[in-house]
Design a protein around this ligand. Structure first.
Ligand code: PLP
Length: 376
């Protein structure tokens, strides 16, 4: 038994994940938060901040910035300067700000986290999509298709790194090919790295796009947060790292009058998460890798459905098209399992399963998954 096996009752709370199916016997394995308590060091930092009893407007403080810098240097060998940081209340805000800030068409690779598809539209930008290619059970960028989908007006590539929902931890070679492409086409790369702390394969490492080279850094906007890794997305604290001063000013101008300060509890949690939770984080990765293996085994055993290996994130991307269902998400709900509908990610016939939950919950969910497949 580990701390991650301890059930936390989320029914009847403010949880969006659990509230969706209130009063129904449907296990929610959809939206991307985990059913785990936050790390003890984060809880202690929050208690300490609450003890101060005053919650006036706050700004980021030096030890918080130190914590971010040390975390990025230690985990990813990425040295940044504190003035490159722009604090944000969330990454979705960051994606939308990037689309507003960069004048031109947007390119992204699908299937992808739905706000990648809506953010260009919200900013009046045309979106060009290119399908990821699945070769030998591995999702990849199709660079030829990317070239075809790029027009002279394309100015921004929205990168999901690691990629939600396909679970790829992009390699240095792949990232360098993308950086070369961005250089040739003069694209800004907005790299959403919210899942970077969730690399499940011991032989893989997250490489920030901006850390590839000074040239890549100059055309990058990197979006980061402790929210997924340390399971604190409800605290609304994220940051953009933008090395180029001109690009940073454009980004800041697009935020003017719309984007609020980050709340002080989110900032306090961020400092502790990045500095004081290494042991908790290591145990989490071991636990999630075990869950990932259980999901892979269940999907392989269910017949007809399939998935590629999940290298990163706590999300499995499952092809249920062979079941021939007209509404796969509704079919699985009818068998007691709430999954994300691939249609929202640009891929009807696929489902996304969130395995960030205690093993007892997961095992019951996988039992229901198998039953739903057999009933189809
Ligand atoms: C790739 C990606 N970006 C952003 C988000 C959400 O970010 P935020 O809650 O900070 O807006 C998620 C949540 O699942 C995600 O998977």
């Amino acid at each position: 038994m580990t701390v991650f096996d301890t059930p936390v009752e989320r029914r009847g709370t403010d949880s969006i994940k659990w509230g969706k199916y209130a009063g129904r016997d449907i296990l929610p394995l959809w939206v991307a938060d985990m059913d785990f308590a936050a790390p003890p060091a984060v809880l202690a930092a929050l208690h300490q901040r609450v003890e101060q009893s005053v919650f006036g407007y706050g700004h980021p403080w030096p030890s918080l910035e130190e914590s971010v810098l040390a975390h990025l240097a230690g985990e990813y060998d990425w040295a940044i300067e504190r003035e490159w940081i722009v604090w944000l209340p969330g990454l979705v805000s960051g994606l939308n700000i990037a689309c507003r800030a960069i004048d031109g068409e947007v390119l992204t690779a699908t299937p992808v986290y739905p706000p990648f598809l809506s953010a260009p539209r919200f900013s009046g930008r045309a979106l060009n999509r290119v399908e990821l290619a699945e070769h030998d059970g591995r999702w990849q960028w199709d660079m030829a298709a990317m070239a075809m989908a790029t027009t002279p007006a394309t100015r921004l590539f929205l990168l999901c790194h690691p990629h939600n929902p396909v679970g790829r931890c992009w390699s240095r070679e792949e990232l360098q090919a993308l950086a070369d492409f961005a250089e040739q086409r003069d694209l800004v790369v907005c790299s959403d790295e919210i899942h970077c702390g969730l690399i499940l394969d011991a032989d893989k490492r997250h490489i920030p796009f901006a850390s590839l080279s000074p040239a890549a850094a100059q055309r990058s906007i990197t979006l980061l947060a402790p929210s997924k890794t340390f399971n604190i997305p409800g605290l609304g604290c994220a940051l953009a790292v933008i090395p180029d001063a001109v690009l940073r000013r454009r980004f800041l101008r697009a935020m003017d009058g719309i984007v609020p300060h980050v709340n002080v509890l989110g900032l306090a949690a961020c400092e502790a998460a990045y500095r004081d939770c290494a042991d908790w984080h290591g145990e989490l990765l071991t636990y999630l890798a075990g869950n990932r293996d259980r999901v892979a085994m269940a999907v392989a055993g269910a017949g007809r459905v399939r998935m590629s290996p999940v290298e990163a994130t706590y999300l499995a991307w499952i092809d249920v098209r062979p079941l021939g269902l007209s509404n796969p998400a509704a079919h699985f709900e009818a068998h007691g399992l709430g999954l994300s509908d691939g249609t929202d990610f640009g891929a009807p016939g696929w489902l996304r399963l969130n395995f960030g939950c205690p093993r007892a919950t997961l095992d019951e969910a996988l039992r229901r998954f198998t039953a739903a497949c057999q009933a189809a």
